[in-house]
Design a protein around this ligand. Sequence first.
Ligand code: HEC
Length: 217
Amino acid sequence: MKKHSILALSVLAAAVLAGCASLPSSAELDKIAASYSKADFKDKGIVKAAVLQPEDINTLCTEAEVAGKPIDPDLALTLQAAQLKTIKWPADGNYMGDWKKGEKLAQSGRGQTWSDKADTPNGGNCYNCHRLSGKEISYGTIGPSLYQFRKNYGIEADPTGPAAKAMVEYAWGKIYNARAYNACSVMPRAVHKGIITEAQAKDLMALLLDPQSPVNQ
Ligand code: HEC
């Protein structure tokens, strides 16, 4: 056993022996956890240990979760405004790629492992949380169903109208950086975090928006 693990265990053991009143505080436990990650997680291949450094937004969301109440609404708005600024909107106003590529991407959850090359494209992992194509029976339900996106998200009714335009922008923003609209969203900030490229995001947009896409069949 490594030295720091023995130390951490003896802190715990001492606390337990001394009775419940002196169990380590959550701050002390955080310190122990941090010492573990520092000692045990090393840069390897494309994966850098620095990803374990929490961003302020993550720390605030975790604190709110631990406290068991949602993040302060004003703070949430401030955080969302900062996240919204990270989004780049397609310069040519064209959001649509190829839905066939989008479907493959939505199905694939692989990538970002240490043995990947830096330029290996990652999957979008969308089916892990969303229903998309009506034919695919294996999907997660952490996020809302996106099946029949055109019909259910008000695009079909008036495809060139202002409501459809706003929805297209929202879908792009959501795929780019989900936290621009929900500070503590569990949806990965796919483009902002460099998980997928803008071209890949356009393929996912086509999966949601193209009338020929299996999402809209
Ligand atoms: C870890 C789960 C998770 C993954 C992976 C995920 N999402 Fe989401 N998504 C959510 C949740 C939860 C919401 C609901 C809003 C929120 O909490 O941010 C959401 C909302 C959305 C919305 C807006 C729908 C609405 O009703 O507001 C779109 C569009 C979307 N996701 C597309 C995608 C696409 C495309 C992918 C793949 C690149 C993806 N999501 C991956 C969890 C996920």
